[in-house]
Design a protein around this ligand. Structure first.
Ligand code: ZN
Length: 437
């Protein structure tokens, strides 16, 4: 849906601004000497076209209405709920004006069976609700792990760094706890290069085991220690950890990916939390406050869903598949795109073109022994409940009522007679009232 449209009653034509069409949307336009096309940028699906008439590009509105659901249609609140890591519908309601497509909120009261499994109740202590005056005045740090399952890339820990002013979260995956020292060095370099800022204070409870001391004294950074037994002293990062794990669990239960992909769940959770409105930031997102621009939601998809990535022409013969069947595993760091797992080769890659099916989750049908099922079964499995519903409606219930009708219970007999009643057929000859002729 187009926003900020001006209506001029006397105007005979509708003019469309190309920059308005592409700003904040997931659309790209290609102009040729005789025509132009509008595509959904991520899937390259054509959603509109037009031709040149007397030097002007004219949109073909007939085709446009029929092919475009990305442009004029809406994405349901439940799809956004899933895309955003099971964000509460109350917060989704506030966020909906930031989303690129119209959000259909009418079905928001449908139950979600993932949320109760994933969300832990809040910590008993409150996080401090005032922000540092300046960016990077104070960084909160904590390390989570070791997790008993080593991740796909060999990680067992992750380090969370939260800026007290922006409440933006940076996550570093660690193979061992001592890797945290190198990660902190890299973080200081990142802040200096990307934001031209210096970190003044650093709060953590891991000082004893990690040799930050020399590095901080060299940089002139004040190291604030928090007591391990009193997590409320480091409440900002403790709360952030709980939030990260709540969202990561929701992504894990929703996708049913093998547990070795826990690191992908946590990284995606951090990505989503940075793009979620925070009441403490006056209902802005940490991303918006840090970068000074709104996050791009058009590239978001449901974690763990099915995707078909196009194969390159150079690597395929006439009868080889045109796409690879994949599972969506989040967003690559520093690159615009999607991180996909090829279900056959188990390779993780970042494709150029991909088409998603956000209601199909391949790992719901791939068993723990990693046996890959037929693509048709992966597609068919989510539709099984429709088949079950039809069998119940047309076979099981009529048989049950037929049986009940044998029992002498007046109420049940009436019920079964109504259900089993043949359709009313009116004979056109008999239905005529002959007495009036
Ligand atoms: Zn949910």
């Amino acid at each position: 849906m187009l926003r900020d449209v001006l209506f001029v009653p006397q105007f005979k034509l509708n003019l469309l601004s190309v920059s308005s069409l592409t700003t904040g949307t997931n659309l790209s336009l290609n102009f040729f000497h005789d025509q132009f096309i509008i595509q959904e940028a991520s899937s390259r699906k054509m959603i509109g076209k037009g031709s040149i008439i007397q030097g002007l590009y004219v949109l073909d509105t007939k085709d446009f209405n029929s092919v475009s659901d990305a442009f004029i249609g809406s994405v349901s609140a439940h799809v956004w709920h899933n895309r955003l890591g099971h964000l509460s519908f109350k917060r989704l309601d506030v966020l909906k004006d930031h989303l690129p497509y119209d959000t259909e909120m009418s079905n928001k009261h449908l139950p979600c069976y993932i949320c109760p499994l994933a969300k832990q109740r809040r910590l008993s202590f409150e996080s401090h609700n005032h922000l540092s005056n300046q960016p990077f005045d104070l960084i909160h740090c904590d390390i989570w792990g070791p997790y008993h399952v080593t991740s796909h890339f060999g990680y067992r820990y992750f380090m969370t760094l939260v800026d007290d002013h922006f409440r933006f979260t940076w996550l570093y995956m660690l193979k061992q706890k001592s890797d945290a020292v190198g990660a902190v060095h890299r973080f200081f370099n990142l802040v200096a290069t990307q934001f031209r800022a210096v970190i003044k204070s650093f709060r953590s409870d891991n000082a004893g085991e990690l040799s930050f001391k020399d590095f901080f004294s060299e940089k002139g950074v004040i190291h604030q220690f928090s007591c391990v037994e009193r997590p409320q002293q480091n409440s900002v990062v403790e709360r952030k950890h709980q939030h990260l794990l709540n969202v990561a669990r929701a992504l894990f239960f929703q996708s049913r990916v093998p547990i070795k992909f826990w690191s992908e769940c946590v990284l995606t959770a951090a990505y989503l939390i940075n793009r979620t409105l925070a009441p403490i930031l006056h209902h802005k997102t940490p991303f918006e406050v840090l970068h000074g621009r709104k996050a791009n939601y058009s590239c978001m998809r449901v974690f763990g869903c099915l995707g078909f990535a196009s194969t390159l022409n150079a690597y395929r013969t006439k009868f080889q598949p045109r796409a690879r069947m994949c599972v969506f595993l989040g967003y690559p760091s520093g690159i615009k795109g999607f991180k996909l797992l090829d279900v056959s080769s188990k390779q993780i890659f970042i494709p150029r073109d991909v088409v998603f099916h956000e209601d199909i989750f391949p790992f719901h049908t791939i068993r723990s022994n990693d046996k890959v099922l037929d693509p048709f079964l992966i597609w068919f499995y989510p539709h099984l409940h429709y088949l079950f519903h039809m069998i119940c409606m047309w076979i099981v219930i009529p048989l049950l009522l037929q049986f009940i009708s044998q029992v002498h219970n007046p109420f049940l007999n009436i019920l079964s007679q109504i259900y089993l009643m043949p359709p009313l057929v009116i004979d056109p000859v008999e239905s005529l009232d002959l007495h009036h002729i």
